[in-house]
Design a protein around this ligand. Structure first.
Ligand SMILES: C[S@@+](CC[C@H](N)C(=O)[O-])C[C@H]1O[C@@H](n2cnc3c(N)ncnc32)[C@H](O)[C@@H]1O
Length: 263
C-alpha cells in the first residue's frame, strides 16, 4: 500500500490520510477502494459506495481529482462553453439539471462559465448533504431519488424550474445511472435545450449490452438528440495507473425519447 497525505487539499477541514491498494492490483472500475483515516479510525471505503465516500469531507476530491486526476468536469465545461458561444447562447439563460450531481464538483466548474441555476439529482442523501456542506447554495434545489419513480416533492421541484440543460458527468453505467434514468432526465429538458454528458467509450460500442449504445444511437437516429460536439479524452487514471478513455458529448435536445424498450 502507498500512503498519501493531503496537506494541500483545498476543501478539507483537516488533512486526510488515505492509502491506496498497491499498484498492480487490477481492480474493475466499480471495485476500487481506499483506506482512509477518519475521526473514528481507519476505514476501508469502496469508491462506488458513494454514501460512505461523501460522508468523509474532502475524500471525493482528494481521491478522484487529486490522485486519479479526473478531467471530466473541465472537459465538459470546455466543450459546452464553446458550443454556447458558437450558438450565441448566454450561460445565464441555462437552468441545469445535474444528474448524478454528487457533492457538486461539476456544477462548481460550470458556474465559472456564468451559469447560475443548478438543480441537482442524486440517488444518495449523503450526496445532497455533502453538496450543501462543501458548496453551500450552489444548487437552487436538490432532488434525492430515482427519476424513473419520482416522488411528489421531486416532481414539484422539476415543475417549478424550466430546465433547459442536462449535465451528466462520470455517472453513467457501472451500477450507477442506468439508461432508463438517463432517458427520464433527458425527457425533463425543454425541447431545444442542451445536453452535456460523458460516458466510457466502451458503452458506446455496438458490443455494449448495457443499453447505452442502443439508447444514444436511437436518440441520434430519431433526431431526438442533435450532436454539436463529441470528443474522446482521458477521463482519469485507474488505481493501477491505466488511462480510462471516455467520450464527452454535447448536443441539443430536439424531441423526447421513448422510454419503453430501452434495452
Ligand atoms: C462518479 S460520481 C460523479 C459525481 C459528479 N457528477 C462528478 O463528476 O464529480 C457518480 C454519481 O452518480 C450518482 N448516482 C448513481 N446512481 C444514480 C441514479 N440512479 N440516479 C442519480 N444519481 C445516481 C452517485 O451517487 C454519484 O454521486
Amino acid at each position: 500500500m502507498s500512503l498519501m497525505k493531503a496537506a494541500e487539499a483545498p476543501t478539507h477541514q483537516r488533512p486526510l490520510e488515505i492509502a491506496l491498494p498497491a499498484p498492480g492490483d487490477a481492480l474493475e472500475q466499480d471495485e476500487e477502494w481506499v483506506v482512509v483515516n477518519t475521526a473514528t479510525g481507519w476505514r476501508k471505503i469502496r469508491l462506488h459506495d458513494y454514501g460512505d465516500v461523501y460522508a468523509v469531507p474532502g475524500l471525493y476530491e482528494r481521491w478522484v481529482y487529486d490522485i486519479f486526476r479526473c478531467a471530466s468536469p473541465a472537459k465538459i465545461s470546455e466543450l459546452l462553453s464553446r458550443a454556447l458561444a458558437e450558438s450565441a447562447t448566454t450561460p445565464e439563460s441555462l437552468s441545469v439539471l445535474d444528474l448524478g450531481a454528487g457533492n457538486g464538483c461539476v456544477a462548481d466548474t460550470l458556474q465559472d462559465l456564468g451559469i447560475e441555476t443548478f438543480i441537482g439529482v442524486d440517488i444518495y442523501e449523503e450526496a445532497a448533504e455533502a453538496a450543501e456542506r462543501d458548496r453551500p447554495g450552489l444548487y437552487t434545489d436538490y432532488i434525492i431519488g430515482d427519476l424513473t419513480a419520482l416522488h411528489d416533492e421531486g416532481r414539484g421541484i422539476l415543475d417549478r424550474h424550466a430546465v433547459n440543460c442536462l449535465t451528466c458527468v462520470a455517472a453513467l453505467g457501472f451500477g450507477d445511472i442506468p439508461p432508463e434514468v438517463f432517458a427520464a432526465a433527458f425527457n425533463e429538458i425543454e425541447v431545444d435545450g442542451w445536453v452535456a454528458f460523458t460516458i466510457k467509450e466502451d458503452f458506446l460500442s455496438t458490443a455494449d449490452d448495457s443499453g447505452f449504445s442502443r439508447l444514444i444511437r436511437r436518440m441520434l437516429a430519431e433526431d431526438a438528440l442533435e450532436l454539436v460536439a463529441r470528443e474522446t479524452y482521458v477521463h482519469r487514471v485507474s488505481t493501477d495507473g491505466q488511462e480510462l478513455i471516455y467520450e464527452a458529448l454535447i448536443g441539443r435536445k430536439r424531441a423526447d425519447v421513448p422510454t419503453i424498450q430501452i434495452r
